[in-house]
Design a protein around this ligand. Structure first.
Ligand SMILES: [Zn+2]
Length: 366
């Protein structure tokens, strides 16, 4: 008799647990809609504001976007980029932050390390939330013997040690999309095709004397092996945009690495047309390691404000539809219909806000 009661009790407890679990799961998964775009707190973690015109920041704020603007060792002089960014940071601390950068012009000179550290310190004094390094390291910088200098070159070690010791977040745009090393007809993106067709000087396939795609990726990986504690954001999906399995390998090997989606989300969308579940699983699995950004550069004085702002909004909304909803859209340069990933609210909140704020600690909660 007692045994029967035990069995019944066990069955009852099991049934009840399943019921509770079922309800918990049902309750937990909530989703945003297209209309939630405006109300959800968001960060564009890779958008270059190189203009003193603060209307772009106000425009972002109107749509509940904060902006992290990386300075870059290219284009507008670094000092000017920093002055513009520091002024925005002072006037809009609640929705603008920036990353400083450094020039490598003094590479090979006796005071190189000190010079770079001085530039890093100056950026931080001016309010930078981190430092960005760029593809000129690996693709343009050469030593006195005319060899390309890669990012894992020992000459940089004391600089990266300084960054690691001081827990300075580091964003690295290293290398280029793999298409840059492929023949034009094999490129997976018609935007890349047009760009490299018009700019053979940047089409690395035509420059076999320069480091290969694999050389670029290996150098970045070596850097992370040397400095495993970096808070490192691999810009543009860590230049592994063509295959999320390759990204996953790095995220597994380097626990402190994250990626931003900027300028490469089309490559993700193309992969989700081919294998939707694979892409969805990637975003769920690495939900704490992905930052949202679009990577446009605004340098103009404000004459084209309306056009540029409209373009930003269009891109932001298209990406929102892809990441947060299950709506279907077609996008320039990609053949086929793209169905949204419909990520749960909790995941969207991380990709759009929590992850960037954890890495760069840029915005104070009110
Ligand atoms: Zn950029």
């Amino acid at each position: 008799m007692k045994e029967t009661v035990d069995v019944r009790l066990k069955a009852l407890v099991l049934a009840f647990s399943v019921f509770v679990l079922f309800n918990a799961c049902q309750k937990k998964v909530e989703y945003y809609t297209t209309n939630d775009f405006e109300s959800v707190k968001k960060t564009d973690a890779h958008l270059h504001i190189n203009t003193p015109d603060s209307r772009y920041l106000d425009f972002a704020a109107q749509h509940n976007f904060r902006i992290i603007s990386p300075n870059v060792d290219a284009g507008t002089p670094i000092g000017e980029q920093m002055n513009i960014a520091a002024a925005h940071r002072k006037s809009h601390p609640e929705n603008f932050a920036f990353l400083g950068t450094f020039s490598v012009d003094s590479f090979g000179n006796p005071g190189f390390v000190e010079d770079v550290i001085r530039q890093i310190d100056l950026s931080l004094e001016q309010g930078a939330s981190g430092i960005k390094i760029w593809k000129n390291i690996g693709m343009a910088l050469k030593d006195s013997a005319d060899n390309y200098v890669m990012v894992d070159d020992a000459a940089f070690d004391p600089i990266f040690q300084y960054i690691a010791d001081n827990e300075i977040p580091l964003m690295g745009h290293l290398g280029e999309p793999r298409n840059c090393w492929l023949p034009l007809e094999q490129m997976t993106d018609s935007g890349d095709y047009r760009y490299f067709k018009n700019h053979p000087e940047y089409h690395m396939l035509l420059h076999p004397e320069a480091p290969s795609y694999e050389d670029q990726i290996n150098a970045r990986d070596n850097l992370l092996r040397k400095f495993p504690d970096f808070a490192f954001v691999g810009a543009h999906i860590g230049s592994l945009e063509w295959n999320l399995d390759e990204v996953a390998k790095r995220l597994d090997e380097f626990p402190s690495m994250s990626i931003d989606l900027s300028a490469r989300i089309g490559h993700v969308q193309r992969q989700s047309i081919a294998d939707y579940e694979k892409v969805l699983n990637f975003f769920i699995r690495y939900q704490d390691r992905i930052l949202y950004g679009i990577d446009i550069t605004i340098s103009e004085g404000g004459d084209r404000f309306d056009d540029i702002a409209a373009g930003m909004l269009k891109k932001w909304k298209s990406d929102w539809a892809y990441l947060a909803t299950d709506s279907v859209q077609t996008i320039e340069n990609i053949s086929g219909e793209i169905k949204g990933l419909h990520l749960p609210k909790t995941v969207v909140n991380k990709i759009y806000y929590d992850n960037a704020n954890r890495y760069f600690n840029a915005f104070q909660e009110k």
